[in-house]
Write a protein of this length. Structure first.
Lengths: 677, 605
């Protein structure tokens, strides 16, 4: 209690002190007022005013206004001589207006001039006192006009009474102030019950370690414990290599140039970590990306889809198919044995005589040459004057006739090899009596005209358009020519003995590329750009359509058995068709990087070859079994090189020797090569 | 009508039914994305790659079973409770009901993760298999600054520190540390526990800076699970060696050095154990004494110290049995553990102030050494006469004891990786130590063996030879000399052998090439046969033939690829590219090595 008393005392002291100061202030203020009024009266010029001021009690209206016009706009008196009326009703004259010079002089003379204010209403000048100026400045600041006024004085309770705390009510205290509240009780009961029942717990829960032996019994089978999907463990982070060492060997530190070159790389290719060398362990700084890398790992763990991937760790050699040893597949051509030189331009086509003794070749230099195979001697040269595009020997041994495409026509000439009798017969065959154009019925130019070639004693077959291909029937009487742009007359069949030609197809879908006879049956193969069509000549109907799936077929060859066909394409692929098996390729070999120019089967040995513009020829083993259940065996054997490229072209033709496992290739470097075993 | 159109009301099948996108999963579970993320992290649910992405290619897919797995977990309910609790607190504070708010804050809903750990890792080995990330993370957080007001609670950092020390103590105690590697990122350790190789990374003993580019919520969610997991793993491991968990720590050491306390205590016990094994009889007696003391409870604090020292529950009735078990356990240790245990046997280390103490205090006892450090609470001080190696990392050493060797810390790490005591010449004070090589790289598979790796290999071979003749010889001095001789001889012999092997290999290569030539480039051979003098005529011809030979070899390789299927061919080519890349890498290393050597020799001149 003593403490509170002390407080009271202190308060009292404060109060009294305040009082005194307040009273002092009051006195001083009064003094001021007096002086103010005095000065004000002094300043006033009229004695009436002074009297009025003295009369008034109120401090506010010390000086009664001289003018009595009231609160009217002063502009009403603008043009009058007076500005109003005084209290007695007399006009108050306006003063003379001060000139500027006068005003200036006044200003210069009187230092207190700035305190003077012109009272428009009364038409007079009033000088403001120092105190008034102070009051104005205080008012401008938003303070009370007088400095000594305390705006918030402490309330002084002058009277003592009993219930000082409740000054407004003297009603007796209600009962509820003295009995426990029902609602509070209810609340308390609720809380108590909650505490008792443990719904509310006031103490902080104890922190206990809740570790125990989690994996107690290892004996029970854990395999079926895990439920749900199979768990894919996250791959472990890569283990650090030598380059991550704080002190790696010199060879792991990239040179400055290499580091600079990293800037040129794509961002994802750039190495994430650049090895650096520190001289001692104490100079190794903290790794600033530690948190970042930890975070990245976290992201990987919960955001990356996980799948099981089989990592193949096999020897690449085991991927290669098992092939029989090459030695078992001999003989096959693999080394160059002879070169036939003599042509001056690319050799476009070659053909071997049935006996295998002679080789005919046609070149772009406009010559047809016949060579002796054994010696490489050039037996004969015909200067036919025009590109020789294709050349073919008559397969019949007693008809030594060459069919060559010169320019855009076909030329049949006597090869002049063999004995006299055979040559005589060939001459007979090539004799032709000039006759009138054969079937000029439909007004069109005839597809073919048989003409006598005077120079070489041969026959020219004048075609309506350029011929690209010629092939003999195995009996040597019929032959076929292909005119790619010939529409319905694109494929033509000719008979040598009767000197007769006809075009068997009314309609031929696609652009024919090559046509050839079946080696033993009356079948006919026409290769268009995408398909190979097989026709039965006797029934005159389509038997099969082989779908190569190639972009553009360039050549075709029929296996001597007749059931297998190989097709070369301009995208370097070679398709093997087993016509008994399917109309789709049995095997497609992507062996050449450039166009395949020709494919060919050997007549006796299980060999086939392809020549290509990439200056190589492939020799493959292609065994066809008589057992229909066994698929043909294809083994690539040898890549024959030797020709050099000229004008972007490589090997233009390849042909097998009819009896020996020898391969002739004709190159764009105007050389014919013979490859032997 | 599009192919994927499904009539209304028809049930989904296949991938559309099996997989659910993330947004749909979140909606399905009726939780926020943050909670879903946390649930995924805790439950170990990860997105999967459906065969057919029905909703689009750029979306994340979860397996429906995984989502159902989350939906059935009590944890999801707990998270909802936490959300409600947070709302209640917020409301109480808003209504200025401080009392209620405090009461609520006192008891937030808590959850335990023990069932989750067991669910994710049904067997202990599973848990060990996945421990790598856990250890790396816990060690990373243990290195973060324990400062109030940072984004990570101080309590958790201390917990991480404790857990990491406990783990290291176990590894050190059981001598199961296998490899160590100081990288720029930190120090890698590899231990083998129950046949599982566990690798973890500890940051360098410098404080990490908390960066802004990481989402701490994600990391802390992971850490929450990892802390629990490592706690249980430690419990199990301590249980397996019959030590109480959690261990009671020596308050004196705890007060001395906060980051040291647990580890140094364990180290002390580790070294004590080695001594105890060597003089097991005495140790047993000590145990018995301690047993008596325990019964009397006279000097409890001392007992506790002793208990700590030996980590064996001395007051357990079966303490003696225990020791026996321990000794048998020693016998059942595999060879590698034995080797590791005895690497630093009889060596005494002293660590200077500036070396990474924590790491070395962990490694040296793990390999059977005794270690002390500069500072309070150390078992012995610098003037100890028995110290064999002092590890320093300063430019010069002013006061040198002649009885010991002063080496840089890298020596310890290299010794551990090589499993032999390496010669200290390269590691002396003030020198640049030899390159520190990663023990995790299989040099032979990589195709490039660094120079120092070969040196170490030679030293290892020498060490093996040295040990072998020892038991046969009676005279110790003689045997030592012989060993030395042996070593030099074996080195020489090895070199000779190498040379011979080289020659032989070269010969074989040539022979092989010859055979190849015969089979594949008959053409050139035939030509050579036809005109043998043309070969000698000009070099260009031989070059040409060389080319042809190479061409022929390439052809023979190419020729069988013609018949490969497209799939196999692609695989084959990919393998070839990989091989090529590897070869390039090795070539680059060799080139750099050569350059460095040439520049070094130029400097010497």
């Amino acid at each position: 209690m003593g403490h509170s008393d002390g407080e009271h005392e202190l308060e009292d002291d404060g109060l009294s002190a305040d009082d005194s100061s307040w009273s002092d202030g009051g006195w001083s203020e009064d003094d001021d007022e007096e002086s103010l009024s005095f000065e004000g009266s002094g300043s006033g010029s009229d004695s009436d005013e002074a009297a009025a001021a003295e009369e008034s009690d109120s401090s506010e209206d010390e000086v009664a206004p001289r003018n009595t016009v009231g609160d009217v706009p002063l502009e009403w008196y603008k043009d009058e001589e007076h500005i109003g009326y005084d209290i007695d009703g007399r006009k108050i004259k306006k003063r003379d207006r001060e000139g500027r010079i006068e005003a200036y002089l006044k200003n210069a003379d009187d230092a207190k001039n700035w305190r003077k204010i012109y009272d428009e209403y009364n038409d007079e000048e009033v000088q403001i006192t120092k105190e008034e100026a102070k009051i104005i400045s205080r008012l401008l600041k938003g303070k009370t006009p007088h400095a000594n006024v305390d705006p918030y004085p402490d309330y002084v309770d002058w009277f003592e009474y009993e219930d000082k705390g409740h000054p407004l009510s003297s009603a007796p205290e209600p009962k509820r102030r003295f009995v426990p509240s029902k609602w509070e009780q209810k609340k308390v009961v609720k809380l108590v019950r909650a505490i008792r029942n443990g719904w509310i717990k006031l103490d902080k829960p104890k922190e206990e370690s809740n570790l125990y032996l989690l994996w107690g019994d290892e004996t029970d089978t854990a395999d079926n414990k895990r439920q749900g999907l199979s768990y894919i463990p996250a791959p472990k982070p890569n283990l650090p290599g030598h380059e991550e060492s704080y002190n790696p060997s010199v060879e792991y530190i990239p040179t400055q140039e290499e580091i600079d070159s990293y800037q040129l790389m794509y961002e994802e290719d750039r190495p994430k970590f650049i090895p650096k060398r520190f001289e001692s362990l104490r100079s190794v700084p903290a790794y600033e990306k530690a948190l970042r890398e930890g975070f990245d790992r976290c992201l990987d763990l919960y955001l990356c889809p996980r799948t099981r991937k089989k990592r193949i760790n096999i020897d690449p050699e085991s991927l290669k198919p098992k092939l029989p040893s090459k030695k078992d597949l001999r003989p096959y051509p693999k080394t160059c044995y002879l070169e036939f030189k003599g042509h001056t331009s690319p050799v476009t086509s070659i053909s071997v005589e049935t006996t295998g003794q002679w080789l005919a070749s046609g070149s772009r230099d406009g010559t047809i040459r016949v060579w002796e195979v054994e010696t490489g001697r050039c037996l004969k040269v015909w200067n036919v004057g025009g590109d020789v595009r294709h050349i073919a020997w008559n397969p019949s041994p007693d008809r030594p006739i060459l069919a060559a495409i010169v320019g855009h026509d076909l030329l049949l000439i006597n090869a002049e090899v063999g004995c006299e009798e055979v040559q005589m017969r060939a001459k007979e065959l090539l004799k032709i009596c000039e006759m009138a154009p054969q079937d000029d019925t439909d007004g069109k130019k005839p597809a073919v005209r048989w003409m006598k070639h005077e120079k070489f004693d041969g026959i020219t077959l004048l075609h309506h358009k350029a011929v690209s291909n010629v092939d003999w029937h195995f009996k040597g009487d019929y032959f076929t020519t292909v005119v790619p742009s010939g529409d319905t007359r694109a494929v033509l069949l000719h008979q040598l003995t009767k000197k007769h030609s006809h075009h068997p197809f009314r309609k031929l879908p696609g652009l024919p590329v090559a046509a050839t006879f079946h080696p033993s049956q009356k079948m006919f193969f026409v290769a268009t750009k995408k398909f190979v069509r097989v026709y039965d000549l006797q029934k005159a109907q389509l038997v099969k359509k082989l779908e190569s799936g190639l972009r553009e077929i360039s050549s075709i060859s029929i296996h001597p058995g007749g059931d297998n066909v190989i097709v070369g394409s301009k995208d370097g692929k070679l398709c093997w068709f087993d016509t008994d098996l399917s109309t789709r390729p049995y095997k497609t070999l992507k062996i050449h990087s450039k166009d395949i120019t020709n494919v060919t089967f050997h007549r006796k040995y299980p060999l086939f070859a392809s020549s290509s513009e990439d200056c190589t020829a492939y020799v493959c083993h292609g065994m066809v079994y008589s057992d229909l259940n066994q698929n043909p065996l294809i083994v690539p054997l040898e890549i024959l090189r030797g020709h050099s490229s000229s004008d972007g072209r490589g090997v233009l033709d390849c042909k097998f020797h009819p009896k020996q496992p020898w391969l002739f290739t004709a190159g764009a470097d105007s050389v014919i090569r013979l490859y032997c075993d | 009508m599009p192919k994927h159109y499904r009539p209304a009301g028809k049930k989904k099948e296949g991938n559309a039914a099996k997989y659910i996108t993330r947004t749909k999963a979140v909606n399905y579970l009726q939780v926020s994305l943050a909670i879903f993320r946390k649930l995924c992290i805790l439950k170990g649910v990860f997105p999967r790659q459906p065969k057919k992405k029905v909703e689009g290619n750029h979306k994340t897919y979860y397996h429906m079973k995984d989502i159902a797995f989350i939906a059935h977990d009590p944890l999801i309910e707990k998270f909802r409770q936490i959300k409600v609790h947070r709302k209640k607190v917020k409301k109480a504070i808003a209504k200025k009901n401080r009392d209620l708010a405090d009461r609520l804050l006192n008891r937030p809903p808590t959850y335990k993760l023990d069932k989750l750990v067991l669910e994710r890792y049904p067997t202990f080995v599973d848990a060990l298999r996945d421990l790598d990330d856990c250890l790396t993370m816990v060690h990373l957080f243990a290195a973060l600054p324990a400062v109030d007001g940072e984004r990570v609670e101080v309590k958790r950092i201390h917990n991480c520190r404790r857990l990491s020390h406990e783990w290291q103590a176990y590894i050190s105690r059981t001598h199961s540390l296998r490899k160590t590697f100081i990288s720029v990122k930190g120090i890698y350790y590899q231990a083998e526990v129950q046949g599982q190789k566990i690798t973890w990374l500890t940051p360098h003993a410098l404080q990490q800076v908390l960066t802004d580019d990481v989402d701490f919520n994600v990391m802390l969610s992971f850490l929450e699970f990892y802390e629990t997991l490592l706690g249980f793993v430690n419990f199990k491991l301590y249980h397996s060696i019959n030590v109480n968990y959690p261990p009671i720590l020596d308050p004196r050491l705890e007060a001395l050095a906060a980051e040291l306390y647990a580890l140094c205590r364990y180290m002390a016990t580790g070294s004590g154990r080695v001594i105890g094994n060597s003089e097991s009889g005495g140790a047993i007696k000590e145990k018995e004494d301690e047993n008596n003391k325990a019964s009397s409870k006279a000097d409890e604090s001392e007992l506790r110290l002793a208990q700590l020292q030996h980590q064996l529950p001395a007051n357990e009735p079966g303490a003696l049995m225990h020791l026996v078990e321990e000794s048998t356990a020693v016998d059942t240790d595999d060879d590698e553990t034995k080797e590791c245990k005895s690497l630093f046997k009889n060596l005494k280390f002293y660590l200077s102030r500036e070396v990474p103490r924590e790491s070395l205090l962990f490694i040296i006892p793990a390999f059977g050494g005794t270690v002390s450090w500069e500072g309070e609470g150390a078992p012995f001080n610098e003037v100890d006469e028995d110290i064999t190696h002092q590890i320093v990392d300063r430019p010069t050493q002013s006061h040198v004891f002649l009885s010991r060797e002063y080496v840089q810390p890298q020596w310890v790490f290299d010794c551990v990786n090589a499993r032999i005591i390496l010669p200290t010449e390269g590691y002396l004070v003030g020198r640049v130590p030899p390159p520190h090589l990663s023990p995790f790289v299989d040099n032979d598979a990589e195709g490039y063996v660094p120079e120092y790796a070969e040196t170490i290999k030679r030293l290892q071979a020498a060490a093996r030879n040295e040990i072998l003749p020892l038991p046969g010889d009676e005279d110790l001095d003689n045997s030592l000399v012989a060993a030395m001789m042996d070593r030099t001889e074996s080195n020489e012999a090895a070199e000779k052998k190498k040379k011979l092997e080289m020659l032989e290999k070269q010969y074989h290569d040539e022979l092989k090439m010859e055979i190849d030539g015969v089979t594949f480039s008959n053409l050139s051979n035939k030509k050579a046969d036809k005109s043998p003098d043309t070969m000698d005529k000009d070099d260009t011809k031989s070059y040409h033939e060389e080319d042809e030979k190479i061409q022929a070899e390439k052809d023979s390789a190419d020729i069988s690829t013609a018949l490969m299927s497209r799939k196999k061919l692609g695989l084959y080519k990919a393998i070839e590219i990989g091989k090529e890349r590897k070869r390039d890498k090795v070539e680059l290393l060799k080139k750099r090595k050569k350059n460095a050597e040439s520049s070094a020799s130029a400097k010497r001149r």
